[in-house]
Design a protein around this ligand. Structure first.
Ligand code: TRP
Length: 438
């Protein structure tokens, strides 16, 4: 296929990948996971998991995508291992699945941008969330979120995704840093930093069986691994790029943005007297508005906050949709625009249960993030570590002069610690989902 698109610029690829990585996972999921699993101790394990497991794993997806030069399922044919197509298919399916409820949460965020202007949620945040999170209005906003996502992906890699994320990612950074500075000025915010940044190792040692898998899962989700996004995005890059540098830049920026989100959320929660443990999908939608009713410029801060979340969610959603679109375009020669619209419609339909009842949303999230995602990552790790093996090392060394030794270390890390950690995550999720005692 000679007319396949590529990124216009290297920074375009990096920003699009950061756009995918930075999303609801950083601003919605990360703070409440941190709160649920004990604050700073979770943060520490998460950071370790990003470096030791997330970074090698993202490089594994890059290697598959760039070497194959084609979207996620056909990639395995292109690499002469058609028997592994199922791995790509699992990733594509998982992305589709995840986007269906991700978009529902995106719709809530749209709603909260509007409600910041009217101050709608300030009076009784808990009831407000309960009233708007499920039902016909949630469904309509889910449709709106999918429409915007479709609108961007329809324009392709250069004209759509690259252009959009070039504006989106810098905006997220600037606005979020602004809010973090604002949060710092609030009286009483100190306790939030204390909670977020000083780990309680005693609690960690006691609960490591739950904290460690949660942190590994969060690292994988946050880096957009498993659902073939990084395979697909890397299929649009050239051989002269240093994947170590790109992967490192993406992982680092994603982590810094997650931490900055924590530096906004936890001080705000501290101002209204703590309550960090407010867990579950409603977390930021209830506790942030509760905090906002107490602080100066509450509505304006809420507007900016939810605007950031919306932009971050959109730049991730486009990556999930792109995976499926590029599969149909590459493999069957479908026309991009029509394919994007059609797929957007199917994702919308799949998200209907989640929009009507948050219990469905939680169920979709559990299957998607706890089961499909680590399973897909595990299979890619086995494929790259043992099936591709030497070819993978050759591929990662392209455009990476001076990184020869790192290439070998990378392969061995894939075969040992990454493999074991992801295997453990899958096993624990299976036990949890089947209710087997451990
Ligand atoms: N990483 C995004 C977030 O943190 C979500 C996401 C986008 C994702 N694409 C993905 C997660 C692919 C897993 C796989 O919100």
């Amino acid at each position: 296929m000679t007319d396949r698109e590529t990124w216009a610029t290297r920074i375009g690829f990096i920003l699009a990948s950061i756009g995918s990585a930075v999303g609801l996972g950083n601003i919605w999921r990360f703070p409440y996971q941190t709160a649920e699993f004990g604050g700073a101790a979770f943060l520490l394990v998460y950071l370790l998991a990003v470096v030791v497991i997330g970074l090698p794993a993202i490089l594994a997806e890059f290697v598959v995508g760039r070497r194959a030069d084609i979207s996620a399922i056909s990639a395995f044919d292109a690499l002469d291992h058609p028997g592994w197509r199922a791995v790509g298919a699992l990733g594509v399916f998982g992305g589709f699945w995840t986007l269906s409820y991700y978009s529902v949460v995106g719709g809530w965020v749209f709603r909260y941008i509007g409600a910041s202007v009217t101050g709608g949620y300030l009076e009784a945040p808990g009831e407000y969330f309960g009233a708007v999170s499920a039902g016909p209005e949630a469904l309509a906003l889910h449709a709106a979120f999918m429409l915007v996502t479709v609108g961007i992906v329809a324009f392709g890699i250069r004209g759509g995704i690259e252009k959009a994320t070039k504006v989106m990612v810098p905006s997220i950074v600037i606005l979020l840093v602004g809010l973090a500075v604002y949060a710092f000025t609030l009286p009483g915010s100190g306790a939030g930093y204390q909670y977020f940044l000083s780990p309680d190792f005693g609690a960690l040692m006691e609960n490591y069986q739950t904290v460690v898998p949660a942190a590994v899962g969060q690292a994988l989700f946050s880096l957009s691994l498993g659902f073939a996004v990084m395979i697909t995005y890397a299929s649009y890059i050239d051989d002269d790029e240093n994947l170590f540098v790109d992967g490192g830049a993406i992982a680092l920026t994603n982590t810094l943005i997650g931490i900055t989100a924590g530096l906004v959320v936890f001080p705000l929660l501290a101002v209204q007297g703590g309550g960090y443990g407010e867990a579950g999908p409603g977390a930021i939608f209830v506790s942030i508005p509760t905090a906002l009713s107490d602080v100066p410029f509450g509505s304006a801060v809420g507007f900016v906050f939810f605007l950031i979340v919306a932009v971050a969610a959109l730049s991730s959603a486009i990556s999930l949709l792109e995976v499926v679109v590029s599969h149909l375009v590459d493999t069957y020669g479908f026309e991009r625009r029509r394919t994007t619209v059609l797929l957007g419609g199917i994702v919308f339909a799949l998200g209907i249960p989640s929009a009507l009842d948050t219990a469905w949303l939680t169920w979709f999230d559990a299957i998607g993030v706890n089961l499909l995602l680590p399973t897909a990552v595990l299979l890619v790790v086995v494929f790259v570590g043992w099936v591709l093996a030497d070819d993978a090392v050759e591929e990662i060394r392209k455009g990476a002069d001076g990184f020869e030794t790192v290439g070998t270390v990378w392969l061995w890390s894939i075969r040992s610690i990454v493999f074991l950690a992801v295997l453990g995550t899958v096993a624990l999720s299976l036990f949890e989902l089947t209710g087997a005692p451990l």
